[in-house]
Design a protein around this ligand. Structure first.
Ligand code: URA
Length: 475
């Protein structure tokens, strides 16, 4: 920066912390209003080595002129990207802010290399956050005030402060501490406090909670279903050393299917009394920014599941259709109408069930003005399993129903022919029970009126059987 330019034009901004979004925003606004080009600003973080070539600290950013509004999408993107480990992030975000002033549409320009770079950073930050949610493992330690749960975690980016709220909501009733190399955060049931970073050796190792945990993990391990590649993808080796259950992996590496295991772990790590509604809301909010596959690029929004978390039946469709994509709710279009009618005929109240989809973004091709549904591919189903696993982990429904082949593929992690497997109970990796039936859209597509009538009646029969089974499971 600035090395070839006159020093007099230089501005140095010192932010309070690596993730100081408010400080960055204030300074960036002032600089942008004063027309300071990106190349004339050096960004640094207090306590870090200063750039010797930089100009004097812009202690007071240039006076704020009439402030210009930036799109919400930029603010969300910047809040995530600012937590990235790349020291260039502040400058890149400032350059993007300046670009936005002259081109309001730049955020939609997928070919813009700056947008692309910042989006990649934000994506990495969100992925890091997912890992933290899934792989933080608490060990129980006693202190003078009773039990405290302590975890060690090494994030790749500056995400700890950003993700603290998630842990507060999920473990609201526990006293806990999460140690990381950069920062330690602690919750005493009322207040969140921060302390300096720690080392692996500062964290406790091994305790009764771990033993219970290992026993549990071993008992749910299904050696018939090994997917080491998927496992290492979702659970990078880096985290293995901090996770009690992974000590068993060598012996069990006949190993369970990774994502099911990850889901089970996520649900089992939730202490009773945790605030599931708040966690669900948190997960839903995260899903709203999902970039795990490319479908988010064209869809209007993520269509997350809906229904009570106490639901005894969880229905899984394929993906939102055209109307669902616009409404932001599952099964509200033509397939939803048929589904509602069939539920009613089977005596199931939809509002008492949880309804979601295997894939949470609408996949389509444009034909003229029409958006034509496209079947999601295996990669998209796999990428989206993360969300349905979170939903199932929170709801823990006694019965999960796959509506069609895509839903079955997602739930079982393999192809399950609908015709052969409908009408009978199946066991999922976490011990939950699943049923498979046809997708309502299949019934809509049948060209022959007689076949349509017969198949709809079969669908209602399936639903009646599922309802009866759900009541039987309820006891
Ligand atoms: N089809 C689905 O699978 N899900 C919906 O939400 C709508 C149509």
């Amino acid at each position: 920066m600035l090395r070839d330019g006159p020093m007099i034009d230089a501005h140095r901004v010192t932010l309070a912390a690596e993730d100081d979004f408010d400080g960055w925003r204030k300074a960036a606004r002032g600089l942008a209003e004063a027309g300071v080009p990106a190349a004339a600003v050096t960004w640094q973080v207090a306590g870090r080595a200063a750039d010797l070539f930089a100009g004097p600290d812009t202690a007071q950013p240039p006076p704020e002129g009439p402030s210009f509004a930036v799109p919400r999408a930029f603010v969300d993107l910047a809040k995530a990207a600012i937590c990235h480990r790349d020291p260039e992030r502040f400058a890149l975000l400032y350059a993007l802010l300046l670009k936005l002033r002259s081109n309001r549409q730049v955020m939609e320009d997928r070919a813009d290399s700056l947008v692309d770079r910042v989006e990649k950073m934000a994506k990495e930050v969100r992925r890091d956050a997912h890992k933290m949610h899934a792989f933080v493992r608490f060990r129980e330690v006693g202190d003078d005030d009773g039990a405290r749960f302590v975890a060690w975690f090494e994030p790749d980016n500056h995400i700890v402060r950003r993700e603290a709220g998630f842990f507060v909501r999920r473990f609201a009733n526990m006293r806990w501490t999460i140690m990381t190399p950069e920062l330690t955060i602690s919750w005493d049931g009322k207040t969140l406090t921060e302390g300096p970073g720690a080392t692996r050796q500062d964290a406790p190792d091994g305790d009764p909670v771990e033993e219970t945990w290992k026993t549990y993990y071993a008992s749910i391990f299904n050696p018939a279903r090994v997917k080491v590649k998927a496992m290492t993808k979702e659970m990078p080796k880096k985290y293995w050393k901090n996770m009690p259950e992974t000590a068993l992996i060598g012996g069990l590496l006949a190993g369970a299917q990774a994502r099911e295991a990850a889901m089970i772990k996520a649900s089992a790590s939730m202490p009773s009394g945790s605030n599931s509604e708040a966690v669900w809301q948190e997960v839903r909010d995260q899903a709203a920014h999902c970039t795990r596959c490319d479908l988010y690029k064209c869809a209007t929004q993520t269509v997350f599941g809906e229904g009570p978390l106490s639901a005894r039946i969880l229905f899984v469709g394929e993906q939102p259709g055209d109307q669902e994509d616009i409404a932001g709710r599952p099964f509200v279009g033509p397939a939803g109408e048929l589904f509602d009618a069939a539920l009613e005929a089977a005596g199931i109240e939809r509002s008492a069930t949880y309804v979601t989809n295997a894939v949470k973004h609408f996949k389509f091709v444009l034909r003229g003005k029409r958006r034509i549904h496209q079947k999601p591919d295996t990669g998209e189903i796999e990428a989206c399993r993360w969300w349905i696993e979170q939903e199932r982990a929170l709801i823990r429904p006694p019965l999960t129903v796959a509506l069609g082949a895509t839903a079955a593929r997602s739930l079982f992690g393999k192809i399950m022919a609908v015709g052969k497997n409908r009408g009978i109970p199946h066991q999922l990796g976490d011990g939950g029970e699943a049923w498979i039936t046809v997708h309502p859209s299949y019934l809509l597509r049948l060209p022959d009126a007689d076949a349509r009538r017969t198949e709809r009646a079969r669908f209602v029969e399936d639903l009646k059987r599922i309802n009866a089974r759900s009541e039987a499971l309820q006891g």
